[in-house]
Write a protein that binds this ligand. Structure first.
Ligand code: G6P
Length: 365
């Protein structure tokens, strides 16, 4: 494939805008019709009693999102680990466990070493990779490609989204194999997933609004990101993207954990980005935002129409996203998280595609 910026200013933004296309391709690959199929081979979760997900960086956050899916949809308990911690902690891995390694490059040293640690212990060694001929893919029982195409930007965007696409399909498959969903529910979940590329396209159209909002973010010293449920890992990912490319200190927190520490940071200089579609716990998120606003913190709420209607009082900015079933909202809310980081970095004038001190793939410990 030819690699150029395709008229975009940076690879990162080009890759952000490719997301509707690559995600649609990825979803069609794993679910061409009303059921999940794994073209690469087979996997059987029916007797798996634990799923261990291991990765680094952004791929680790994809695993944290997937934990909500595997547990909620398939009732499959998950342990999510950072590869460098997993391998040296030497955790017990039972024969009933499956181990899943997520890596864009398939060459991250810590993730590969973690895979080797689990090999011979876990029943299945699975991987979710972008580079199909990578070491991690080769050493897995089953390697699932994310089909994102070459990713050049050091800060991962489209690979993250396609990792989520594959993991969502796997969680649906596990739910079916464990007898937790019927064919109708499977088709429904896949229908929701398939609606995402068009919704992502709509959210890309919010770029200008996002760009205007980031002018204030670029002046901040610290930015907090909050989310609940599967949006909690998205808060972590939003903060990671921002610090990677804008060099502004950012932290992601579970909204409910705010009161246990990070609220001490909040004053009028600290913007707080809240990623929160209107879900069952939205009212609790509203009270978390009120705690921020009571301390003069500026809340930038990224939500949907019902969320915007419920929460408008005192909020600094509201970005109104298309509506989607909250379970798969992380795929959609990845876009504003990425664009917030990108445009904040542009205001700061940093090197977006080659941020200082970072490498695309870390093959040393
Ligand atoms: C590096 C990159 C990150 C990436 C991480 C894991 O730190 O800068 O963007 O998330 O490695 O890489 P992998 O190739 O294993 O997904």
């Amino acid at each position: 494939a030819q690699i150029d910026k395709g008229g975009h200013r940076h690879f990162m933004v080009k890759e952000i805008f490719e997301q509707p296309t690559v995600l649609a391709d990825c979803l069609t690959h794993y679910a061409p019709g009303d059921a999940v199929v794994i073209p690469e081979g087979s996997v059987d979760f029916s007797r798996t009693d634990r799923l261990i997900l291991v990765a680094c960086g952004t791929a680790h956050y994809a695993c944290l999102v997937a934990k909500y899916w595997f547990e909620q949809l398939a009732g499959l308990p998950c342990d999510v680990d950072i590869a460098s911690e997993f391998r040296y902690r030497e955790p017990p891995v039972s024969e009933q466990a499956a181990a899943l390694f997520v890596s864009q490059s398939g060459e991250t040293a810590d993730t590969l070493a973690a895979l080797r640690y689990a090999t011979g212990k876990a029943a299945h060694i699975l991987s979710v990779v972008n580079v199909a001929e990578s070491s991690i893919a080769r050493e897995s029982d089953l390697a699932l490609p994310i089909l994102a195409g070459v990713e050049v930007g050091v800060a991962s965007t489209k690979a993250f989204l396609c990792q989520l696409g594959v993991l969502a399909n796997l969680a649906i498959l596990a739910a079916r194999q464990k007898g937790r969903i019927d064919a109708r529910r499977e088709a429904e979940l896949l229908h929701t997933l398939r609606s995402l590329p068009a919704l992502i396209n709509q959210s890309l159209a919010l770029e200008d609004e996002i760009r205007r909002g980031t002018r204030a973010l670029a002046r901040a010293q610290t930015i907090l990101f909050l989310g609940r449920g599967p949006m909690f890992p998205m808060a972590l990912e939003g903060a990671l993207k921002l610090k990677e490319i804008s060099y502004i200190h950012a932290e992601g927190y579970a909204s409910g954990e705010l009161k246990h520490g990070p609220i001490a940071l909040v004053d009028k200089t600290v913007p707080v980005v809240v990623l929160a579609p209107r879900d069952a716990l939205f009212d609790k998120t509203i009270s978390n935002m009120q705690e921020v606003m009571a301390r003069e913190g500026r809340v930038w709420l990224v939500t949907d129409k019902p969320g915007a209607a419920a929460a408008s009082d005192g909020v600094w900015k509201t970005l109104t996203m298309p509506q989607v079933d909250p379970i798969f909202a992380p795929l959609l809310y990845a876009v504003p998280a990425q664009l917030i980081a990108y445009h904040t970095a542009l205001h700061k004038g940093t090197d977006v595609d080659q941020p200082r001190n970072l490498a695309k793939s870390v093959t040393v410990e």
